[in-house]
Design a protein around this ligand. Structure first.
Ligand code: DQA
Length: 142
């Protein structure tokens, strides 16, 4: 494997200033640097969008290029069947996709307890801050 896509959904472009008590103070730029440093020769491509169709188009790209994915679907986690169907196309093609969350959604408001993504993801990592992404990277590169 030479490349991993790290896809982030809505509001995650605001990391660093958004609810630091919940999401910490790291930014997407910090995340890109941390993951690239840990990935060695594997290229890490961190992206963020607030747009559901754009996020879906990146998942289609993962299918077409057979690229493993770390996905933080953010609020789409809880209600986007369209995103779920796109994720299923990735994993049913035999490409690993790990759902990650910075916070532990199960310890938060009730509406965050359900993920429509988890059942079609390869695995789920939540609650470890920026390290959720690092743990997912470790799993994909071992
Ligand atoms: C999140 C958890 C979601 O419930 C929330 O909507 C987010 C971020 C997380 O990383 O903890 O935007 O996915």
């Amino acid at each position: 494997m030479s490349r991993i896509l790290v896809l982030n959904g809505p509001n995650l472009g605001r990391l660093g200033t958004r609810e630091p008590d919940v999401y910490g103070s790291f930014t997407l730029v910090d995340l890109q640097k941390t993951l690239s440093a840990a990935a060695g020769s594997v290229e890490v491509d961190v992206r963020q969008t607030d747009s559901e169709p754009e996020l879906m188009s990146w998942l289609f790209e993962a299918v077409d290029t057979k690229t493993p994915v770390i996905l933080n679907p953010a609020a789409f986690t809880h209600y986007s069947y369209a995103l779920r169907d796109a994720v299923a196309q990735v994993t049913k093609a035999g490409i690993p996709l790990i759902e990650v969350h910075i916070s532990n959604p199960h310890a938060r408001e009730e509406f965050r307890h359900n993920s429509v993504i988890s059942a079609v993801a390869t695995g789920v990592i939540a609650g470890f801050g920026q390290d959720s992404y690092l743990l997912a990277l470790t799993q994909l590169t071992r």
